[in-house]
Write a protein that binds this ligand. Structure first.
Ligand SMILES: N[C@@H](CCC(=O)N[C@@H](CS)C(=O)NCC(=O)O)C(=O)O
Length: 210
């Protein structure tokens, strides 16, 4: 049986995993879920209850998006993405940026939170990477592992107030980087809509055609 991926289309961690799995052309079965109704089998594989969850042919389970990316690129890395992997920067975005992003985006879910303070904290982190994006991507003219890891979250940051991001943020390289990402075939390829597995028991062959 091909590997099995539990995924949720809009989850930035699952996006990372799908982009790398698709680029490595790893054939698998995709089960699309919603977070409020997690399949029992997914929770049996990983009691953490987060997506993505990948079960390999050997039965081994990977339930961290970065572990899925590492595994997929160890199978095939056709674009040389592993050569551009900045773990320290990814840690910062998975940690601080995500912390502030959640409080900016979902301020009403947290007590005593000022959304704009958290937007400013994210903005500061993006300001730090602005000079590194002068050639288009973090490592230069081509995307790498770090871009793929960070961009789904920066995309979410944009969505929280796209008008401000596009017109007022004043970080031209970051703005162009996100726009380039939104049209990037590596990204658009994995953003198709899938019928939910729970409703239909339907698994989807993955990756989709380019
Ligand atoms: N560290 C995990 C985080 C994954 C994660 O938190 N995914 C979210 C969705 S974006 C999730 O599944 N949350 C569980 C829930 O909301 O119930 C990874 O990198 O895979």
């Amino acid at each position: 049986m091909p590997p099995l991926l539990y995924s949720f289309r809009r989850c930035p961690y699952a996006m990372r995993a799908r982009m790398v799995l698709a680029a490595a052309e790893i054939e698998l079965r995709l089960r699309e879920i919603v977070l409020r109704d997690k399949p029992a089998h997914m929770l049996e594989l990983s009691s953490k209850g987060t997506v993505p969850v990948l079960q390999l042919e050997s039965g081994k389970v990977l339930d961290e998006s970065r572990a899925v990316m590492d595994w997929a690129l160890a199978q095939a890395d056709p674009h040389g993405w592993l050569a551009h992997k900045d773990d320290a920067l990814i840690d910062m975005f998975d940690g601080d940026f995500k912390h502030h992003l959640d409080r900016y985006k979902y301020a009403t879910r947290y007590e005593g939170v000022d959304a704009l303070e958290h937007r400013a904290a994210c903005h500061e982190m993006l300001q730090d990477i602005e000079p590194r994006l002068a050639n288009g991507w973090l490592a230069g003219a081509a995307a790498g592992f770090t871009d793929i890891a960070l961009l789904p979250f920066v995309r979410q940051f944009r969505i929280a107030d796209a008008d401000w991001f596009d017109n007022e943020m004043a970080l031209p390289h970051v703005q162009a980087w996100v726009m380039r990402f939104l049209d990037w075939p590596v990204f658009t390829r994995i953003m198709g809509k899938y019928e939910l597995w729970l409703d239909s028991d339907k698994e989807h062959p993955f990756p989709p055609l380019s």
